[in-house]
Design a protein around this ligand. Structure first.
Ligand code: NAD
Ligand code: LMR
Length: 342
C-alpha cells in the first residue's frame, strides 16, 4: 500500500501482517500551523491515512479554505477547521496526536537558531494549550529550532504538571528520509531497503547520520562518508538556497512528518514493531535531549535502541563529541527561555 512505503522495509523487522491488513480509522489528529507550507501538504497526507477518524486543522489565518479543499477527498476522516486562539481549545479537544509546524521558516543566510526569537513564543503558547486541552496526546514538534523548541515544550508541560517525556517528540524524520535517499543514490540501492539511523539533534553538525549502521550493510570510503555526512547535515540549507527566499523544505518535510504521524498511530493502535528516530528526553548521552532510534508503543517511547550507539566508527565518535557543546547550548537556551516566562 501507499502507507507501507512510508516506512522502509528494513525498519519493519518483524512484519506484522495481521496488523497491516486491518487498520482502524479511529484516531484524532490536529495540525497546528495547518495553512502553512508544511501544514497544507501534511494535512493532505494525513487525510489519506486509514487510521485517522478526525483531522483538525488549526492556524491563525487562511485555514478555512485549506480544510474545505481537503475535506472533499473521499477518505475516512472528518476534516474541521479552527482559526485563531479562541478556537484553539476546540481544535485540541480529544486529540491523540498533535503536530506543530507553526512558525517562521529560514531564508538564505539564516541559521535555524535565528528563528528562535519568533518561534519560541509560538511553540510555548501552542504547547500550553495542548497541556490544558489534551495532555495525554503525543506531541510532534516540527517548528525550528527543534533543538530548543522541544526543551521549551518540555518546560511548559512541566510547569502545567502534565509532562510525559515519553510523549514529546522533536520530528527528525526528514534527516532519516534524506539519509536514506542520498545513500541509496550513492550506492545504487533500492530505496525501500535502505535505513540509516540519524542521531543527535536537528541543526548543522548536531545532525549525525550513523552510516556505519546503514541497513543493508554497505561499505563506504572515508571520502564517501564525509561527503554523505556533510550533505545530510546541510540538506535543509540546500533547499533554503534553492528556494531563494521563498522558505525552506515543505514537501519533503510533509512527507517525513506524515510518516512519523503514521508510525505514532500504528504504535497507538498496538502494532508492536514501530521504530523511528526522533529527538526526545534521553539518557543515551550526557545531554537531556538527544535524537536516536526508539521503539514506539501505546504510551509513547517504549524503549531506546541502545545498540545504535555501540561500536561507532572513529569518524562518528568524533562527530558525536563535536556536536555536544552546540546541542547543549541550544537545549539550555530553550530551558532558559521557558523558565524566564514561568
Ligand atoms: P510557513 O510560514 O509556510 O507556515 C507556517 C504557518 O504557521 C503559517 O500558516 C502561519 O500562519 C502559522 N502560524 C504562525 N504562528 C502561528 C500560531 N501562533 N499558531 C498557529 N499557527 C501559526 O512555514 P513552513 O515552511 O510551513 O515551516 C514551518 C516551521 O517548520 C518553520 O519553523 C521551519 O523552520 C520548520 N521546519 C522544520 C523541519 C524539521 O525537520 N523539523 C523541516 C522543515 C521546516
Ligand atoms: C530542514 O531541515 O529542512 C528544516 O529544518 C528547515 C530548515 O531551516 O532547514
Amino acid at each position: 500500500s501507499l502507507w507501507a512505503s512510508f516506512v522502509p522495509k528494513a525498519q519493519r523487522a518483524n512484519q506484522n501482517l495481521q496488523y497491516q491488513l486491518q487498520p482502524q480509522a479511529s484516531y484524532k489528529v490536529a495540525v497546528l500551523g495547518a495553512a502553512g507550507g508544511i501544514g497544507q501538504p501534511l494535512a493532505l497526507l494525513i487525510k489519506m491515512s486509514p487510521l485517522v477518524s478526525d483531522l483538525h486543522l488549526y492556524d491563525i489565518a487562511n485555514v478555512k479554505g485549506v480544510a474545505a479543499d481537503i475535506s472533499h477527498c473521499n477518505t475516512p476522516s472528518q476534516v474541521r477547521d479552527f482559526t485563531g486562539p479562541s478556537e484553539l481549545a476546540s481544535a485540541l479537544n480529544g486529540v491523540d496526536v498533535v503536530v506543530i509546524p507553526a512558525g517562521v521558516p529560514r531564508k538564505p543566510g539564516m541559521t535555524r537558531d535565528d528563528l528562535f526569537n519568533i518561534n519560541a513564543g509560538i511553540v510555548r503558547d501552542l504547547v500550553s494549550a495542548v497541556a490544558d486541552n489534551c495532555p495525554d496526546a503525543f506531541i510532534h514538534i516540527i517548528s525550528n529550532p527543534v533543538n530548543s523548541t522541544v526543551p521549551i515544550a518540555a518546560e511548559v508541560l512541566k510547569q502545567k504538571g502534565v509532562y510525559d517525556p515519553k510523549k514529546l517528540f522533536g520530528v527528525t524524520t526528514l534527516d532519516v528520509v534524506r539519509a536514506n535517499t542520498f545513500v541509496a543514490q550513492k550506492k545504487n540501492l533500492k530505496l525501500i531497503d535502505v535505513d540509516v539511523p540519524v542521531i543527535g539533534g536537528h541543526a548543522g553538525i548536531t545532525i549525525l547520520p550513523l552510516l556505519s549502521k546503514t541497513k543493508p550493510s554497505v561499505s563506504f570510503s572515508d571520502e564517501e562518508i564525509d561527503q554523505l555526512t556533510v550533505r545530510i547535515q546541510n540538506a535543509g540549507t540546500e533547499v533554503v538556497e534553492a528556494k531563494a527566499g521563498a522558505g525552506s523544505a515543505t514537501l519533503s518535510m510533509a512527507y517525513a512528518a506524515a510518516r512519523f504521524v503514521e508510525s505514532s498511530l500504528r504504535a497507538l493502535d498496538g502494532d508492536g514493531d514501530v521504530y523511528e528516530c526522533c529527538y526526545v528526553q534521553s539518557e543515551l548521552s550526557d545531554l537531556p535531549f538527544f535524537a536516536s532510534r526508539v521503539k514506539l508503543g501505546r504510551k509513547g517511547v517504549e524503549a531506546f535502541v541502545t545498540s545504535d550507539l555501540q561500536g561507532l566508527s572513529e569518524y562518528e565518535q568524533k562527530a558525536l563529541e563535536a556536536l555536544k557543546p552546540e546541542l547543549k547550548g541550544s537545549i539550555e537556551k530553550g530551558i532558559g527561555f521557558a523558565s524566564k516566562q514561568a
